[in-house]
Design a protein around this ligand. Structure first.
Ligand SMILES: Cc1cc2nc3c(=O)[nH]c(=O)nc-3n(C[C@H](O)[C@H](O)[C@H](O)COP(=O)(O)OP(=O)(O)OC[C@H]3O[C@@H](n4cnc5c(N)ncnc54)[C@H](O)[C@@H]3O)c2cc1C
Length: 439
């Protein structure tokens, strides 16, 4: 079994091979008459951009073996960054051509242009729409679900039209084996999509869960306990998350990601997720009927304990404490006696999610809890304001570089904490974070 670093390097190499190999393959065999450098260069950008776009289907396909070395949030980040690079390449392709051969600008007139140019325009416009919607979804006031559906449709149109444009030109595709190579690649991309949207949901459909309890927690949060129905369920590592489909079938376009908050040491497949009311789906979480059938896809994520550590430092903000609960409950069930320090930011004393359960965990763990309240009650003598380096210095024993840190909370809080830990000399390999927003 390869380690995470080696596995990561292998996947990066495979990714580059998929992007570059088809491009280099075009230079083998019989070649068309040579053209000027800029025309060839622009064609190369178009081919590489298209190959990258096709591979985007794979990045979001939730292949556990691929995502494990980095974690899902990093993969989504990568997906977004690579999209921008791919789109940059694809847009540069016509722009360079227009600059070196101005007569080609006439192809922008889609009424008179040949089909291969129309497909190029369709592909480029779809990509531009896709990027605008992805970057400014919130500002454009587009619902997450609507956006997700449009995102997939636009991506399909963009890649499909891009391929038709390439085949229409066929400039480098005179050899049958080259055509075969690109047909094979296209089938591979389509296969990825079929896997994600049909094969995987079929598997999930056969492994339903029943909601066995809906429990109110402090801080506008509800815990859903779920029991596998007719199958053993799956194991997970504390800190990981799953995609929950609460209503409808797993073929529905959007499952929602939630961390497991229960112990990973259970053997009956039961899992719990603790969900804060925030938007469309979560606002109705308390109305979930006990006994209803739901679907879970998991486990995912690299945010988990397991590395050698003298102590675990868990730093959470708000509902970001759910994976920490799973970690603490698991450590308690395992009888782990290493110190755990939980630094937990909440709004006020009443809204501290899991407040009583945390007190109970003190009995079973070597646990120090530091509550940090942004709106403390009168007479509060504990920490208040934001979690910062000063709080770490007051509550953690040096050397800071020896502890393992786990951070989960709002993005601004996580950025500040990662910076503070860096300043205290904790190496990056020692801190792990889970971002609840993939955006
Ligand atoms: C890895 C991970 C673990 C999480 N764990 C928890 C947890 O344990 N408890 C908890 O309360 N929340 C958790 N969240 C956040 C939770 O997924 C969102 O709050 C929830 O999906 C919002 O759905 P909504 O329909 O109520 O809100 P909406 O009003 O639809 O959306 C609010 C925001 O949530 C995000 N969002 C919505 N739907 C999705 C989706 N399908 N996939 C990704 N993001 C989405 C979007 O950025 C959106 O703007 C987690 C998120 C991630 C990424």
């Amino acid at each position: 079994m390869l380690g995470y670093a080696a596995r990561g390097a292998v996947w990066v190499a495979i990714y580059l091979a998929f992007v570059l190999a088809p491009l280099f393959a075009l230079m083998l065999g019989s070649l068309p008459p040579p053209r000027d450098f800029w025309t060839e260069f622009s064609a190369a950008l178009g081919y590489a951009g298209l190959a990258m776009m096709g591979l985007q289907f794979g990045l979001t396909a939730r292949f556990r073996y691929v995502t494990a070395p980095w974690g899902e949030d990093v993969i989504y980040h990568f997906h977004r960054r690579l999209s921008l690079v791919a789109i940059g390449l694809i847009i540069a392709h016509p722009l360079i051509l227009f600059a070196v051969r101005p007569e080609l600008v006439a192809l922008l007139n889609s009424i008179q242009a040949p089909w291969r140019a129309r497909f190029a325009a369709l592909s480029t416009y779809s990509l531009i729409a896709l990027v605008v919607m992805a970057l400014w979804r919130v500002q454009l006031n587009i619902r997450y679900e609507t956006w997700h559906l449009a995102h997939i449709a636009l991506a399909l149109v963009a890649v499909g039209a891009g391929l038709l444009h390439m085949i229409g030109w066929g400039f480098y595709l005179t050899d049958p084996w080259k055509r075969g190579l690109w047909i094979g690649l296209t089938m591979f991309w389509i296969g990825l999509l079929i896997y994600v949207r049909i094969v995987k949901p079929l598997f999930i459909l056969r492994r339903p869960y029943l909601v066995s309890e809906v429990r109110e927690e402090r801080g506008d949060t509800w815990t859903l306990a779920m029991q596998p129905e007719g199958h053993p369920g799956f194991g997970f590592r504390p800190g990981q998350f799953g995609w929950l489909t609460l209503t409808g079938s797993p073929f529905k376009i959007t499952g929602h990601p939630f961390s497991f908050s229960s112990s990973a040491a259970t053997t009956d497949g039961r899992v719990e997720m603790s969900i804060r009311k925030l938007g469309d789906l979560t606002a109705r979480i308390d109305k979930t009927p006990v006994g209803s059938r739901v679907y879970l896809d998991g486990p995912y994520g690299a945010f988990t304990i397991g590395n050698p550590a003298d102590m675990h430092v868990l730093i959470a903000g708000g509902v970001g404490n759910t994976p920490m609960m799973s970690m603490m409950r698991t450590l308690a069930d395992r009888g782990d006696k290493r110190p755990v320090v939980l630094i937990y930011g909440s709004k006020n004393w009443e809204s501290i999610t899991f407040r009583e359960q945390l007190e109970a965990l003190r009995e079973r763990l070597n646990l120090t809890i530091v509550h940090v309240l942004s709106d403390p009650p009168a007479g509060w003598t504990g920490e208040q304001g934001r979690i910062d380096a000063e709080i770490f210095k007051r509550h953690l024993p040096p050397p800071f570089a020896d502890h393992e840190y786990f951070i989960c909370g709002p993005n601004v809080m996580m950025d500040a904490i990662e910076k503070a830990l860096g300043e205290l000399g904790a190496p990056m390999s020692k801190y792990h974070s889970e971002r609840y927003s993939f955006v």
